[in-house]
Design a protein around this ligand. Structure first.
Ligand code: TNX
Length: 668
């Protein structure tokens, strides 16, 4: 009998221990033992912490809808409880934690505060997904008894977010922070400046945000790009908002690395201060994609200006690292500047060397302020950058290997695996220059260059560039990030040996995607269908024809906008001007919940129809206005069966040589 018990116990241990038993945590923990029994949460359960800083206890209580105030822990407590602690755990690496769920208590104990935050988020993945929505309320729920010991593979687990190309307000950034913390990411690389926008308010230079580096279109001095002609759009963060974001990030164990991108990608600031350019003349190009401008590397006044900007940035971001760009510096502007050429000749360097030289000066400014510098990999192409610099290696895996070889603290983020503005399959929206990147490709990525150990790199970073976000709308960001970010989080956190795609994919769909849904996060299903928080239902494809006042090209006729394919489009032979019109006529009036009209080229959002008036007709004769400031896309929620939809162009049109129309997106 004893033998049988032993055999059963051994078998159970085999089932409960090790990889096979991991019940759907993402990223997978280093070790987890399931135990019999469960913790039954009821209204008597409170959250306790062991030190006087109760903010994390309050945070967890809020997430679990515990209304009783969090308390400081005292030994000898009776009853059920959740206890948060920071124990030194000398055996665990930084940000490690232990989580013990037994039938009468939950104890999360971090090696440090970061470890505690990671442990709390593991616990939030153990509760039933129903508990996660912001408006959920449950008297009782259960959590399986487990013992977890966990710690990260890399100290730097980052995500880079471009708010310059398409602005996302502070609330949207805080939503991203929550999504990052849920996946144990700990660095937000906040891309705040670029050719297309300057998003950070500075006291010394209020014109940067007030005068138009933050806004485009309408009455702002900077004309529009990315389509929405005539419509004012954009935005910036006030200092107060930045402080709020920084403080929320700190709560969630996320350090923010602000990026002031220079010397390239500087058109927005140069629109306000043209004197920073080599040839100080006013930038007369009205609009267009990717108009890259470069700071003159010689003018001393430029360095004074950079000092002042860094003063304010350092004041707003108390943590150590500041990113100063250095990527994609077009050489022509320096090559044609007599002063820059003289400097290059004197120093015996080319434009790459000049980039490194400039970055070294900027790095020196940061070190004087007690800060460290991060740069894009091009900044170390032209010579030696101070050894303390961190290199964000983005161009390809070779750039990662090179930075490691040169001895820099390196962040691996090759675009071929880590850029979530890339398409997930051939027929979808998104860029493709880095390749088509599906979740499996991300999951199977190995960030450490061949022949090196894990400590050769500081960590890994995912990135979302937003040239295409404006065109596609807000939901698209969720769609591009999830579940690819879950896969990358596993590469950042879980041991290198955990690499079983089938297991991960199963864990994702069985356990983790339901959590994302519960949190209101949209994602791409493996079938390519978008699952959105607002659940638009199924797409239908009723027959209709498209016509207009301008002929289309032979290659891209109107019928391309009604052929049932999102890959084809109709393209007019000339620019649409005020009074031009386009019409979608259904063969039979269609009953549906929504119709989305999409215009413009999908890879780079140009050739939109707007500004225009979008109208609907239910009887085929009379029209009602849906949107009198249509830009590139618009959705109508019809009251009855729709007969026709019309777009009438306003004002000066889109200012480009053509307009592009896509199939309607119709939801049942
Ligand atoms: C390259 S990543 C860039 C960005 C673009 C991105 C688009 C990097 C340092 N430069 O400016 O937004 O490609 O995918």
């Amino acid at each position: 009998m004893k033998n049988i018990t032993m055999i059963v116990a051994t078998l159970l241990a085999a089932v409960y221990c090790g990889r096979a038993a991991v019940p759907g945590l993402v990223p997978a923990p280093v070790s987890m033992r399931e135990m019999p029994g469960e913790f039954v949460f009821d209204s008597g359960v409170g959250v306790f912490c062991e030190y006087h800083d109760t903010e994390l206890a309050d945070y967890l209580a809020r997430r679990l809808y515990i209304t009783a105030p969090s308390e400081i822990w005292s030994y000898g407590r009776q009853g059920k409880y959740i206890r948060l602690a920071v124990d030194k755990h000398p055996d665990l690496p930084e940000e490690g934690y232990r989580l013990l769920v037994s039938s009468d208590s939950v104890v999360v104990s971090g090696r440090d505060r970061g470890g505690l935050v990671c442990g709390i988020h593991t616990f939030l993945q153990l509760v039933p997904p129903d508990i996660l929505p912001a408006d959920a309320y449950f008297d009782t729920f259960t959590v399986p008894c487990v013992e977890i010991t966990d710690y990260p593979r890399f100290p730097y687990r980052g995500f880079s977010f471009d708010v310059a190309r398409t602005f996302t307000d502070a609330r949207g950034v805080m939503r991203l922070l929550e999504q990052m913390a849920f996946h144990k990411l700990n660095r937000l690389h906040w891309h705040l400046t670029d050719d297309e926008g300057w998003r950070i308010e500075l006291d010394e230079f209020p014109e940067l945000t007030s005068k138009g580096a933050a806004y485009r279109g309408d009455t702002s001095p900077v004309r529009n790009i990315y389509g929405e002609w005539g419509r004012k759009y954009g935005g910036f963060y006030t200092k107060e908002e930045i402080r709020e974001v920084v403080s929320y990030a700190r709560l969630l164990n996320i350090e923010i690395i602000p990026e002031f991108d220079l010397p390239g990608h500087s058109r927005a600031i140069a629109r306000i201060y043209p004197e920073i350019l080599c040839r100080g003349g006013v930038d007369t190009t009205a609009a267009g994609y990717d108009m890259r401008k470069v700071w003159c590397a010689v003018k001393e006044e430029n360095y004074d200006l950079i000092e002042k900007i860094l003063d304010e940035i350092c004041d707003l971001f108390p943590q150590a690292m500041i990113h100063t760009g250095g990527d994609e510096v077009p050489p022509e502007q320096w090559e044609t500047c007599p002063d820059c050429r003289a400097l290059m000749e004197r120093e015996g360097i080319d434009t790459k060397g000049l980039n490194t030289l400039l970055q070294n000066r900027v790095g020196e400014m940061l070190r004087r302020r007690g800060r460290s510098q991060a740069v894009w990999n091009e900044a170390v192409d032209g010579g030696f950058l101070d050894g303390s610099a961190v290199v964000s290696a983005w161009e390809n895996e070779n750039a990662v290997a090179e930075a490691v070889k040169k001895g820099y603290r390196t962040i691996a983020m090759p675009s071929q695996f880590c850029y979530f503005d890339m398409k997930q399959s051939a027929g979808e929206y998104g860029l493709a220059w880095g390749g088509i990147i599906d979740t499996r490709r991300v999951y199977e990525y190995e960030p450490v260059p061949m022949g090196y150990g894990d400590d050769a790199i500081l960590g890994v970073e995912g990135a979302f560039w937003t040239e295409t976000l404006l065109w596609n709308g807000r939901w698209w960001m969720d769609y591009q990030l999830f579940p690819r970010l879950c896969a990358l989080a596993e590469r950042m956190w879980s041991p290198a040996t955990f690499r079983d795609w089938t297991e991960f994919d199963g864990r994702l769909s069985k356990y983790h995607l339901p959590r994302l849904s519960a949190l209101g996060i949209g994602y791409r299903g493996s079938d390519g269908i978008k699952y959105l928080p607002s659940a638009p239902g199924n797409r239908i494809k009723p027959a209709y024809t498209v016509s207009g006042s301008i002929p289309c090209t032979a290659k891209n006729p109107y019928s391309n906008a009604s052929d049932g394919s999102d890959k084809t489009f109709a393209r007019t032979v000339r620019t649409p001007l005020g009074g031009d019109w386009f019409e979608y006529t259904f063969d039979k009036p269609v009953e549906c919940t929504s119709i989305t009209v999409k215009t413009g080229y999908s890879a780079i959002p140009r050739f939109v129809v707007g500004p225009a008036v979008l109208e609907v007709s239910y009887d085929g004769e009379n029209y009602q206005t849906v949107d009198d400031n249509f830009g590139y896309t618009g959705t109508l929620f019809p009251e009855k069966a729709v007969h026709k939809i019309r777009l009438t162009v306003k004002g000066f049109g889109n200012g480009e040589e053509a307009a592009i129309l896509h199939d309607l997106m119709i939801e049942r």
